[in-house]
Write a protein that binds this ligand. Structure first.
Ligand code: TRP
Length: 329
């Protein structure tokens, strides 16, 4: 069994893109691997959220993760700020990381451009905190998107450098994990490539039925098929792609035929698509409401997850302290 770790910053709600792109695969993975799923609330401090803000969004993600089927009996589900061991490792890793290499990280350069009045040291050392998240559990695999590849490169550098300096093999180099074919790329509703966090483009897992229907009915289309069996323009291909994800093969075939003989009416197709989406989303939304309404239960789940995460991190930190030459207590 390998150790797998995934982190998510608590900003907003999970959407269908998150679900089909990763979370659904986590649900399977937790049966097969030693999984850690955590919410990176320290990382979100780089943009200075309010206390209510940070607490609400952290609970939101936790409730939505659980509603999707992440199971605290199978995986370690925790909140980053509940595990102080991470900060100690973060400090050690910072000592061996150079400002030159941190300054070259493109996500840092982008953020510095976006928030020129708040280019703080936490933002600068974002990659070493992320490395500490990973290395404290000596994780082998980290599921990440393209935008995190440079951070993963830094995490490997941190592991390698520590091992070299102290002539040890304490840290395995964490590898990027790609789900492959089972991860589905959900297109956006506005015709742009990917479903992302903006409202016109995205269906959130917590969206009410009528909101889902309204958003789908508003999805961008064109003026319809003109010649039989023609190729679909991107916006229409996106609609079919969504249907291939949430609808049955028969339904998809039915509308493919309508497209091919030029009798397709987008209104009909969208109605069906919305219907099938609602079917997928209803049970998830019900469970979200259920978990969200019971903060005591959420806090208990987080506390239990933190205990397991701290146990794993403490074991690593013990080795790290001994290796560096500090007292082990
Ligand atoms: N940087 C990640 C993101 O923005 C979140 C994250 C923080 C993370 N620590 C991590 C992801 C550790 C994987 C492993 O998406």
């Amino acid at each position: 069994m390998d150790t797998v770790l995934s982190g998510i910053r608590p900003t907003g709600h999970l959407h269908l893109g998150n679900y089909y792109g990763a979370v659904r695969s986590f649900v399977k993975m937790q049966n097969e691997q030693n999984c850690y799923f955590f919410i990176a609330d320290w990382h979100s401090l780089t943009t200075h959220p309010t206390p209510e803000n940070i607490q609400n969004s952290t609970r939101t993600i936790l409730a939505e993760y659980l509603a999707c089927g992440l199971d605290p009996e199978k995986a370690t589900i925790y909140i980053q700020s509940d595990v102080p061991e991470t900060i100690e490792l973060y400090l050690y890793l910072n000592m061996n990381t150079y400002i030159g290499e941190l300054g070259r990280v493109t996500t840092f350069k982008e953020k510095a451009r976006q928030q020129p009045d708040n280019v703080n040291a936490g933002l600068f050392t974002y990659p070493t905190l992320m490395a500490a998240d990973i290395l404290q559990h000596r994780a082998k695999w980290v599921p990440v998107g393209k935008d995190q590849e440079q951070n993963m490169e830094m995490a490997r550098k941190c592991a390698r450098r520590f091992n070299n300096i102290y002539k040890t093999e304490l840290f395995p180099e964490p590898q990027n994990y790609y789900f492959g074919a089972e991860a589905l790329k959900v297109p956006g509703l506005d015709g742009s490539g990917k479903m992302g966090k903006s409202d016109g483009n995205c269906i959130f897992l917590c969206d009410e039925e009528k909101v889902v229907r309204k958003k789908v009915m508003r999805a961008v289309t064109d003026n319809g098929p003109q010649t039989p069996n023609s190729e679909k323009p991107e916006v229409i291909a996106n609609l079919f792609k969504m249907m291939s994800i949430v609808s049955s093969a028969d339904t998809l075939r039915y509308f493919e035929e309508k497209w091919n003989d030029c009798s397709l009416r987008y209104g009909d197709m969208k109605k069906q698509l919305a219907e099938d989406m609602v079917k997928v989303l209803n049970p998830i939304r019900e469970r979200i409401l259920d978990f969200s309404s019971d903060t005591a239960r959420l806090d208990k789940i987080a506390a239990e997850g933190a205990m397991k995460a701290r146990e794993s991190a403490a074991a690593t930190l013990k080795e790290v302290r001994r290796t560096i030459g500090f007292r082990v207590y």
